[in-house]
Design a protein around this ligand. Structure first.
Ligand SMILES: *[C@@H]1O[C@H](CO)[C@@H](O)[C@H](O)[C@H]1NC(C)=O
Ligand SMILES: *[C@@H]1O[C@H](CO)[C@@H](O)[C@H](O)[C@H]1NC(C)=O
Ligand SMILES: *[C@@H]1O[C@H](CO)[C@@H](O)[C@H](O)[C@H]1NC(C)=O
Length: 368
């Protein structure tokens, strides 16, 4: 063989390989031109509000406003095939059977010292009413098709007169201390549940509404101890470990209290948003905000999911942050725990694909 032919034999495959590498690399590394349909988190890249064919058949001819059974979960599965619906809303005394949370420390799970003791004593009381075990959970089971709304606390709610529309939802979840009284026209008057952590809980007892469930979303081990003090009406001996002052008394019977399943924090952080795993421990920028945790809960437990009062407009740093107080938008930038921009990418996917409906259009802004 002549040396030139040798050279050609070597060069040709190199050119071909080089070309393949070049063309495929632009699409998908080593993908031979096969472009993945999904992003890193596992969400469909091409999102639009259209119903997939099989869902069109199921939901297409339901009239406007009628509750669509399983709709949010079906749309979620269409854009995120890994989604599996059944995850209980609250912890019950058998929570250990739910293995997904037993291996993680708070806030992502229930692994902690003395947890057994704490949890058994409080969960017993939480499942009793007047000395009798509670029957079916009022929020969980009483309706066959549930339309839920998660109320964010954003100033975007101001002067939109959405109250009447919000009150039409079956389940109205509010977060932390967001007030109702005095703001009914904009935020509605009913509250099914109030999801909160100790630092965010209403401190003035007269401001608690009568018929709502008090739902603790625990972000640290101390939060479970706090709940225990609230249930047994014990005095809080020390506030060490809380990052600001906490409520000292929650005017609720134990049967009106629940613990939000920490799996929603785990799933929102590591699966949906893709925040740093940090060996499953709390770390910089890996805690989802309570609003996103509540939306994650609703995807698993509601047939239709709407939100209102979500979305921060960072381009107006001096605009108010919440509808009920004067703190300004700039305050949010100091957060060590949250990653607002990453989280927003996830929420935009949900809105774009029509998994959730955003009544105040704050999540996309003008962007979707
Ligand atoms: C929608 O219409 C089709 C055809 O008319 C029917 O077979 C189907 O059961 C309807 N779906 C619902 C949810 O009513
Ligand atoms: C809301 O309406 C009230 C009364 O009309 C007005 O005083 C206030 O400035 C408005 N707030 C915003 C944020 O537009
Ligand atoms: C948020 O996520 C982005 C992209 O992953 C990263 O660059 C940024 O540092 C994160 N911010 C925080 C506060 O962790």
């Amino acid at each position: 063989m002549k040396p030139t032919r040798h050279l050609l034999l070597v060069l040709c495959p190199m050119v071909v390989l080089g070309f393949l590498y070049y063309s495929s690399g632009r699409l998908h590394p080593w993908g031979w031109g096969h472009k993945s349909l999904y992003d890193k988190q596992g969400f469909l890249l091409k999102l639009d509000g259209n119903l997939p064919l099989e869902l069109m058949y199921k939901y297409g001819n339901l009239s406007e406003g009628v509750c669509k059974p399983g709709y949010a979960a079906a749309k979620m599965t269409a854009i995120y095939p890994k989604f599996t619906k059944p995850v209980p809303m609250f912890l019950d005394p058998n929570f250990r059977r739910f293995t997904k949370i037993s291996k993680f420390f708070p806030p992502f799970g229930m692994k902690m010292q003395g947890m057994d003791l704490h949890f058994r004593s409080i969960s017993f009381w939480m499942t009793m009413r007047n000395g009798e075990p509670l029957g079916e959970d009022t929020v969980d089971h009483y309706l066959s098709c549930k339309k839920c709304i998660i109320m964010g606390n954003g100033a975007i709610l101001t002067n939109k007169s959405m109250g009447a529309r919000i009150d039409e939802y079956n389940v109205i979840a509010r977060l932390n201390e967001a007030p109702v009284s005095g703001y009914e026209k904009d935020v509605g008057s009913r509250t099914t549940m109030r999801i909160t952590y100790p630092e965010g809980a209403i401190q003035k007892t007269e401001r608690y509404e009568q018929d709502s469930l008090f739902v603790l979303s625990a972000f640290k081990a101390l939060d479970f101890k706090w709940l225990r003090s609230m249930i047994f009406k014990e005095r809080l001996h020390s506030t060490d470990g809380f990052w600001k002052s906490v409520a000292h008394h929650v005017p609720r019977e134990p049967s009106e209290m629940r613990i939000l399943n920490p799996y929603f924090i785990q799933e929102a952080a590591f699966r949906f948003i893709g925040l740093p795993h940090n060996k499953g421990q709390m770390g910089r920028g890996n805690i989802p905000t309570l609003g996103t945790v509540a939306i994650t809960m609703a995807l698993h437990n509601c047939d239709e999911v709407a939100v209102a009062g979500f979305g921060y407009d960072m381009s107006t740093p001096h605009a108010p942050l919440h509808y009920y107080e004067k703190i300004r938008m700039v305050a949010i930038k100091q957060s060590w725990t949250h990653n607002i921009s990453r989280e927003k990418e996830f929420l935009i996917k949900l809105v774009k694909a029509g998994v959730i409906q955003d009544l105040t259009h704050g999540i996309c802004g003008s962007g979707c």
